[in-house]
Unconditional design. Structure first.
Length: 186
């Protein structure tokens, strides 16, 4: 019975998405929502993200949508370091800030600005230790930034019972087909 779910996945550019109104975003959010609804029935209380652009912020927005029906669901944003948005575009900073403002809890693993990649590794370790399950939008056929968290999660899983739930491109294709069926006259 998962109480805390860590969610991560690709950054937008890794998926060829450069606008938040891209049609693919709706399907990614639908896939996340489907998993969240299933876990809510099992007692999910918290969703944990690090606030990175892409899957994590879309997951945050999905939590906010679900909070209308499930007000007990909470969102924690725990960044790897302070001011992770410092070099982002104004548009991305606004998106990030809007998620942080609505989150139930915001903190940082390292209480300093970016120094070196070890801060990302520390964040990944923290995520695994503080969650009961990992939901990762990741397909092993398309390497990208989620690979590091996935590989660490596999190591972590070899030492203890820790479920890793992947959303693959095949899963997304099924969501696309489901959504198209809903919109057609069948």
């Amino acid at each position: 019975m998962p109480k805390v779910l860590a969610i991560s996945g690709y950054k937008p550019f890794e998926l060829g998405i450069f606008q938040n109104d891209h049609p693919s975003v709706l399907f990614i959010k639908a896939a996340i929502k489907k998993e969240l609804l299933r876990m809510l029935e099992e007692g999910l209380e918290w969703v944990l993200i690090s606030g990175q652009l892409g899957v994590e912020l879309w997951a945050g927005e999905t939590v906010f949508e679900l909070q209308e029906e499930f007000p007990e669901l909470r969102l924690a944003v725990i960044t790897p370091f302070l001011e992770q948005e410092a070099n982002w575009s104004e548009k991305n900073k606004e998106w990030y800030e809007s998620v942080l403002m609505q989150a139930d809890f915001v903190d940082s693993v390292t209480k300093k600005a970016y120094e070196k990649p070890w801060q990302f590794r520390l964040k990944n370790q923290f995520f695994l230790e503080k969650s009961d399950v990992l939901l990762l939008l990741y397909d092993q056929d398309k390497e990208g930034s989620p690979k590091y968290l996935y590989e660490l999660a596999l190591q972590y899983q070899s030492l203890r019972s820790y479920p890793i739930q992947l959303i693959t491109f095949y899963d997304l294709q099924l969501i696309v087909e489901e959504e198209q069926l809903k919109r057609s006259d069948f």
